[in-house]
Design a protein around this ligand. Structure first.
Ligand SMILES: N[C@@H](CCC(=O)N[C@@H](CS)C(=O)NCC(=O)O)C(=O)O
Length: 375
């Protein structure tokens, strides 16, 4: 095997040369891409002169690795007529992909539909101990919203309930998992919820395969809430669980597209599932997205009840560019291009993840303005 080392180029300062290509003697159309340590990254086949969109894509995908970045000379080596253009196209991507990690992000709220707003408000306030934070009625659009949570929207994750005039029930589907509420005494909370007519679907006790005490209750619309026994926390509304068909793909998507961290991964082979806790800060201090993979299950029905999760950002435009880039690699798609919502002027962008779960990125400043307008 002929190994071709590429000299360090200094004309593109931000691109450190950490790459080299090894070219197979017998397959001149096949290139094996290695990182500086010599570990194999990928194989690139059939690089046609003057057509580098494929190599651009491959490199764009891998040059986000901390240990590997593209060099202009590498592209020259490929004898690709569009080397400079390709480098230009790829360099900003590497920088762009750093943005979600630098951005000011947190989970803001989960949006879902309920058949009777007052009934849910009563269950959440009297049963769970949430506060009703905001209420708005939009008669011209025939819907109302209620925002509930354990603390102010400026700092806490909340639920945004939507009531569509005249619609009294929804299909929750199989993919939506649950919300979780941390409480110091699951047994006590279960008794309170039972007394309020709550449907306890799993009695308190240690989780199968683990030690934490949990229980499950369904709210009046059938949304599951896991109750988890924990010490005091600033964020009792601690999890949003969604089922996914390929956990590694989802972890990568939420890391790259949304800048989340993989906080914890638990595999319970005896119960045939794996969980990944994804979020922006400590799992016990903030709300996390719990992604569940059930062995062998690659698709779920989604129903029409759960809608989306909202996440804050300082720049919806830049964030949408990142999402767009990541969807090309991992799947999913932008469903609303970045920009202000007519009438409200809050800048948002929304998109689907590779499983079709929707997220909305909301401009931080606009979000705060909206809250203060509502006061
Ligand atoms: N098959 C389950 C996998 C996830 C799971 O089992 N989660 C735990 C909580 S982390 C659970 O619900 N355990 C039920 C129990 O302990 O009774 C699902 O899709 O919901």
């Amino acid at each position: 095997m002929k190994v071709l080392e590429v000299p360090v180029e200094t004309n593109l300062k931000q691109l450190k040369l950490l790459a080299r290509f090894k070219q197979c003697r017998n397959h001149t159309s096949q290139h094996h891409l290695f990182d500086v340590d010599g570990s194999f990254i990928t194989r690139i086949e059939q690089i046609k002169p003057k057509k580098c969109s494929h190599i651009q894509n491959v490199i764009a995908r891998y040059c986000t690795r901390r240990s590997f970045q593209l060099s202009l000379s590498t592209l020259h080596f490929l004898n690709c007529g569009m080397a400079e253009e390709a480098a230009k196209a790829v360099t900003p991507n590497a920088e762009l992909l750093e943005w979600p990690k630098k951005d000011k992000r947190r989970l803001l709220h989960a949006v879902y539909r309920v058949g009777d707003l007052d009934r849910t408000i009563k269950f959440y306030t009297e049963g769970f101990g949430m506060k009703l934070l905001r209420h708005r009625d939009i008669p011209e659009e025939k819907y109302s919203n209620a925002f509930l949570g354990f603390g102010p929207e400026e700092s806490n994750f909340v639920v945004e309930l939507t009531y569509n005039y005249g619609v009294t029930s929804y299909d929750i589907g199989e993919g939506f998992g649950h919300f979780a509420i941390a409480t110091e005494d699951v047994y006590k909370l279960v008794e309170k919820l039972r007394a309020l007519g709550g449907n306890i679907t799993r009695e308190p006790g240690p989780v199968k395969g683990g030690a934490s005490v949990i229980a499950f209750v369904k709210d009046p619309d059938g949304y599951a809430f896991e109750l988890i026994q924990r010490g005091p926390t600033p964020e009792p509304l601690c999890q949003l669980m969604l089922r996914v068909g390929d956990l590694d793909r989802s972890i990568k998507f939420y890391e790259k597209a949304l800048g989340m961290k993989l906080l914890r991964k638990i595999d319970r082979p005896e119960y045939k599932y794996t969980l990944a806790m994804m979020g922006y800060a400590d799992e016990y201090e903030t709300t996390v997205l719990e992604l569940t993979y059930n062995y062998g299950v690659t698709e779920y029905t989604k129903g029409n009840a759960y809608a989306q999760v909202a996440i804050s950002t300082d720049d919806v435009y830049k964030s949408a560019e990142v999402v767009n880039l990541v969807t090309q690699e991992l799947g999913g798609k932008i469903t609303r291009q970045p920009g202000p919502i007519p009438g409200i002027n809050t800048k948002i962008t929304s998109f689907l993840d590779p499983d079709g779960w929707k997220s909305v990125l909301v401009d931080n400043e606009d979000f705060l303005k909206e809250l203060h307008k509502a006061e």
